[in-house]
Design a protein around this ligand. Structure first.
Ligand code: 3PG
Ligand code: MG
Length: 397
């Protein structure tokens, strides 16, 4: 593993330290509903603060098109300050005079959170002028956002080229753990990919089939694959315009000798709510007015059967609408089966993704897996062996 500069190499006292964190946390009714990402960045914030640096946090929230209250990071401040046990000063922009004044006014060891970097188009464009504007308020740059490292944005990549750059403690731990689990995995490898973000993952799946031995597909995206095989999925979440791509992925898998495992049965309901009337049906028998909300027991059994043959499991995305019982059943059952084998050393199990972390916590198995990453897209790209721009930029030159 090539070396990265870490906080061990940084002289932090009295410095303005721009720290890129991932605070893209799930919200419910205006409150943070899963604080895992916040908790993960606390060690880095505390260490810089204790060593006398001014901690200036940079983060994105959602995918805003310009400024909007819905995506303001202001709403994350209470949860962050609470977790940190220290006040957090919020500045409602991430560049400019207000930021400069607030940073100048802060004492060493204090923590500031700047407004959503994506309120400026320059962030996602990695615009050099925007990079300079960000850099103007810092002496050092620390990247602790592995989960945003697949983005070559100003705050995740650009800054590393204009300021002395270091990996934060969470980034460092993530790189170490994932490289141990995935750089040369023990085979066979089973990848489990589920979740609702169908279109964003279909492309990734195409590469994954070349790397893993078995690919179990669950969640909304499985419906697209089922539809591609000519199965009626009723009014299930399904991207019908992507069936051709799903077929291509099946072809690639066949050519690469990767087995694709799709659900063979499902929990189907007419309404999307907790505990509706539902049926357990073979996937071919979903009615036009029904939707698939979870994988059924036979599908779960198929996956569990594979667990006894594989040595590595990489998992991103739940099998069903796990936030609505009983549609958490497939995810929880498989999670427990994976965890039990990981705990007894029979396989290496690495899981990643915001929903996946929530699902593993819900199943009560997060501590039993080999490693649980809060990264979603970055985790998948890492899993495929793609270089991550945010990580590459931190390598010791
Ligand atoms: C995530 O939530 O996966 C990361 O914060 C990256 O967000 P993005 O997919 O909007 O870039
Ligand atoms: Mg995500």
């Amino acid at each position: 593993m090539p070396a990265f500069r870490t906080l061990d190499d940084a002289d932090l006292a009295g410095k303005r330290v721009l720290v890129r964190v991932d605070l893209n946390v799930p919200m419910e009714d205006g409150k943070v509903s899963d604080a895992t990402r916040i908790e993960r960045v606390l060690p880095t914030i505390r260490e810089i603060s204790e060593k006398g640096g001014k901690v200036v946090l940079l983060a994105h929230f959602g995918r805003p098109k310009g400024r909007d209250d819905k995506n303001s990071l202001r709403q994350v401040v209470p949860a962050l300050a609470h977790a940190l046990g220290q006040p957090v000063t919020f500045v409602d922009d991430c560049i400019g005079e207000d930021v400069a004044r607030a940073v100048a006014a802060a004492k060493n060891g204090e923590v500031l959170l700047l407004e959503n970097t994506r309120f400026h188009v320059g962030d996602e464009k990695n615009d050099p002028e925007f990079v300079r504007a960000l850099a103007a308020n810092g002496d050092l740059y620390v990247n602790d956002a592995f989960s945003a490292a697949h983005r070559a944005h100003a705050s995740t990549e650009g800054l590393a080229h204009v300021l002395p750059a270091y990996a934060g403690r969470t980034m460092q731990a993530e790189l170490e753990a994932l490289s141990a689990g995935l750089d040369s995995p023990a085979r066979p490898v089973l990848a489990i990919v589920g979740g609702a973000k169908v279109s964003t993952k279909l492309e990734l799946l195409g590469n994954l089939v070349k790397k893993v031995d078995i690919l179990a597909i669950g969640g909304g995206m499985a419906n697209t694959f089922l539809a591609a095989r000519g199965v009626n999925v009723g009014k299930s979440l399904c991207e019908h315009d992507l069936v051709a791509i799903a077929r291509e992925i099946e072809e690639k898998a066949k050519a690469a000798g990767c087995e694709i495992l799709l659900p063979v049965d499902a929990l189907a309901a007419r309404e999307f709510k907790a505990h509706p009337g539902y049926r357990v049906v073979p996937v071919g028998e979903v009615a036009d007015d029904e939707m698939i909300l979870d994988a059924g027991p036979l599908s779960v059994a198929e996956v569990v059967l594979r667990l006894d043959k594989v040595k590595t499991v990489v998992w991103n995305g739940p099998f069903g609408a796990f936030e609505l019982p009983p549609f958490d059943t497939a995810t929880v059952t498989v999670a427990k089966a994976v965890a039990q084998r990981a705990k007894t050393g029979r396989l290496v199990a690495v899981a990643g993704g915001g929903d996946t972390v929530a699902a593993m916590n819900h199943a009560g198995v997060a501590d039993d897996l080999t490693y649980v990453s809060t990264a979603g897209g970055a985790f998948l790209e890492w899993m495929e062996g793609k270089p991550l721009p945010g990580v590459e930029a931190l390598r010791k030159g």
